[in-house]
Design a protein around this ligand. Structure first.
Ligand SMILES: Nc1ncnc2c1ncn2[C@@H]1O[C@H](COP(=O)(O)OP(=O)(O)OP(=O)(O)O)[C@@H](O)[C@H]1O
Ligand SMILES: [Mg+2]
Length: 258
């Protein structure tokens, strides 16, 4: 059974058909990229998985079960975490606190148990701190752990956002343009972490990415879309060299002259 599947997904905003019967399949433990020109519908796919928007047609299946009726806050409980095209963090809190807060969906407590600080709540608190420290170690954030996010360089903020998503201990991680704004060295670090996340943590990743060099370096399989429609899905090299994909990116004229 496929780990994650989009079957005939569609959505429109007013007159704009942002996604039109798109299909794709992601296998467990793979790094899967969604590519396509600006406005193709890539982020909209994530927003629909997250239940920020309702699909007007089709369904997402996680391990064979539909998640299309899950409440937005249940998506994290299903093991799906996400980073955003524009970083979304608590900027006036420290790196450590952002990572601890990233785990709030994993905590099983209510106002009364929190007030009494009873044993299970204490244990959850300890586990959250341990997990945050593991992530600091994994992503090399030690030098920044007690700094306010607002004071950090952009690349480090992006790493913290990745850490916040990892704090959820996801089985499926959605990354929206993870290399945008990163320099070469930061992109190399990210490629390294992605490979560790896959090999050591067994996390399945769906990534929206414009940097084709990075896609080539990190990705197992790719879906290319344009104007809300799938162009092709397949092995990375096969998709990146597909003439229809090149045409979507470069325009007919440039492909002919290439
Ligand atoms: N909330 C919304 N209301 C109206 N139109 C929207 C909304 N969200 C997305 N769209 C439209 O849907 C289309 C797809 O947008 P989307 O953000 O998914 O593109 P994208 O592939 O992520 O592009 P980029 O590479 O620039 O991030 C665009 O035409 C966009 O204007
Ligand atoms: Mg986008």
């Amino acid at each position: 059974m496929a780990f994650f599947q989009a079957q005939d997904i569609s959505i429109s905003f007013g007159g704009v058909q942002a996604l039109n019967r798109v299909n794709f399949t992601v296998n467990q433990g793979e790094i899967f990229s969604i590519i396509g020109p600006n406005g193709a519908g890539k982020t909209t796919i994530f927003n629909c998985i997250n239940r920020f928007y309702d699909l007007t047609g089709g369904v997402f299946l996680l391990e064979g079960k539909s998640i299309s009726h899950a409440k937005p806050h249940d998506i994290a409980d299903l093991g799906i975490a996400r980073t955003f095209q524009n970083i979304e963090l608590f900027k006036n809190m420290t790196v450590l606190d952002n990572l601890i807060l990233g785990r709030h969906r994993k905590r099983r407590s209510n106002i009364f148990t929190e007030m009494l600080f009873i044993k299970p709540v204490r244990l959850q608190e300890i586990r959250s701190r341990e997990k945050a420290e593991e992530i600091i170690d994994f992503l090399d954030l030690e030098a920044h752990r007690d700094q306010l996010v607002v004071n950090l360089p952009y690349g480090v903020q992006k790493t913290v956002e990745l850490g916040r998503a990892l704090a959820m201990e996801p089985t499926l991680l959605l990354l929206d343009e993870p290399t945008s704004g990163l320099n070469m060295e930061e992109s190399e670090d990210l490629a390294f972490w992605l490979s560790d996340m896959k090999e050591e943590l067994g996390i399945t990743v769906i990534m929206v990415e414009h940097n084709m060099r990075f896609v080539k370096q990190t990705t197992d399989r790719v879906l290319a879309i344009d104007f809300g429609q799938a162009i092709v899905e397949g092995e990375t090299n096969e998709v990146l060299t597909n003439p229809d994909v090149m045409r979507a990116y470069l325009g007919e004229e440039n492909v002919c002259n290439a």
